[in-house]
Structures are given as C-alpha cells and as structure tokens.
Design a protein around this ligand. Structure first.
Ligand SMILES: [Zn+2]
Length: 270
C-alpha cells in the first residue's frame, strides 16, 4: 500500500502533469469507487480546473478552481496515471477517466478496487480525523511525546494509527523503529525522552530519504509517470527476515504484531 513517500511522489508527478488543466469530461466505469453518485460526480467536474495537487496523510488531494477538492485514497493497488493526447486505450483496470481540454487524460486505475475518489465541497471537514503530518513543523518532540503519553499499545501499532500520525504504514514503521533502535512491541507510552527523540528524528529521516528516492516499490507501486521507486533497494529490515542486520550483523527476524508482519533486529532494538 502506498505510504507517505509514495503518495508524495505521486502527488508531485501529478502536479507537473495536470495543474492548470480544465476538465472536459469524466467517466465513471465502476460506480462504487466514487462519491457523490457517478452521474453527479461526472457532471460536477465538467468545466472545473485543477489548481494544485498535494497530499494529506495517504490521500492525494487535487484542489480545483471551484475550491472543491478531489480526494483520492489509493489503498492497496490504486494508481493515478496521466496519458498523453494520443492514447486511445485507457490504462488497464481504469475505474474513472478524467479527460482534459488538451486531450490528455487522468486514469484512476485499480486492480483490487479498494481505492476511492471523492469530490468534496470546500466546507467538508474530511481531513478532521487525519493525524499530524510527520514532516510538518507541528511534529515537535513535545507534540510527539503528548501523543505517546500513557499509551499501552505497541509503539509499532501506534505509528500505523492514521488518526495520530498521518502517512506511516508498515514499511516506514519498521524502518523508523530499526533506525531508532526501538523494539516494535514496546508500549508506546514507555519510551524515554531520548528514545522519543530518536524515533521522531528517525521517522522524519526515513520518510525524507524515501521521498528523495521516489518511494518504495515492493509491490506494484508506480508513480504518476508509471515509474517504480528506489527505496526498496536500501531498506534496512522490511522484508529482510533471515538476512543480516546492517548495524550489528545479527539475523533480522519477522514477527507478527496486530496481524501485521514486523521486521526487526532482536539484538540492537530494545
Ligand atoms: Zn541489529
């Protein structure tokens, strides 16, 4: 599933490809992936213009001239692909097609169809439940500490909770905890101040490095230009059970915490 660095990479690529374009028509091929209902969704988009593309948590947000937003959650296999004016066949598994007045086309493609595309009104508080952005200035040690305080849930599970911190999924939770030398099952509220500081810094560092490398392609993630990321080549622990820990050379293990595979080093994470 795309996490913060992948969604950020997709949003940046999309911004280059679609900002300033006016929507000529929209076609919904799979009704349940859009809101409001398909006829209205398609009708309301016509004539609107894309003014900006950004990200909030794991959501891609296309801001429209009408001040409404097109909010996309890619979930497992969703992709946003821009096709040139000459393309005749939509991207395979396209569920929504948005055509622009210059003949180019945005395809919302999704093999497993869990992804969603929602047109929201300016006053819609859709992001109210989305947690703090870990790369923003708001993510201070004090703020992080207050979020962690007295939480008994395993710190790894805490990191995945989108209502607390937005955008971190399984890959970057495992990588940040390894980088900060913290055992994933430790109760979130039990971290010392130095450990909290290390973890905050590691989260930001891992996410920034992954954005620099255009995300991690361990599954079928590709960016808006259809390109794979590069961070899978430098992962320290994620998916590497049985291999040597890059820091202490002991064997990386995989355990399961809250039904999720968790990769870590028993020797240097405590
Ligand atoms: Zn180690």
């Amino acid at each position: 599933m795309p996490e913060l660095p992948e969604v950020e990479t997709i949003a940046r690529g999309l911004a280059n490809a679609v900002v300033g374009k006016t929507i000529d028509s929209a076609t919904v091929l799979l009704p349940r992936v859009v809101a409001p209902e398909p006829d209205r969704f398609a009708r309301e988009l016509v004539g609107d213009r894309i003014d900006a593309v950004g990200r909030r948590g794991k959501f891609v947000v296309l801001s429209l001239a009408s001040r409404r937003q097109l909010v996309v959650h890619l979930r497992m296999t969703g992709r946003l692909i821009v096709q040139g004016a000459g393309a005749t066949i939509p991207e395979p598994y396209s569920n929504v097609l948005i055509r622009f007045s210059d003949g180019t086309r945005l395809c919302f493609a999704d093999v497993r169809t869990f992804g969603r595309m929602r047109l929201v009104e300016p006053e819609d508080p859709w992001a109210a439940e989305v947690g703090i952005e870990p790369l923003s200035g708001d993510f201070s040690l004090e703020r992080f500490s207050s979020l962690l305080a007295s939480r008994t849930t395993p710190v790894k599970v805490f990191l995945l909770d989108q209502r607390r911190i937005a955008g971190i999924g399984n890959i970057y939770a495992c990588e940040a905890l390894w980088d900060a030398r913290i055992r994933p099952a430790r109760p979130a509220g039990s971290l010392s101040k130095p450990a909290r500081r290390r973890l905050r810094d590691s989260i930001r560092d891992v996410l920034r490095r992954a954005i620099d490398m255009r995300g991690t392609s361990v599954d079928d993630y590709v960016d808006a230009e259809g390109l794979r990321g590069g961070f899978q080549n430098v992962l320290s622990v994620y998916g590497r059970d049985g291999e040597s820990c890059p820091r202490c050379t002991r064997t990386i293990v995989r355990t399961v915490i809250a039904q999720r595979g968790t990769w870590w080093c028993r020797t240097c994470q405590s």
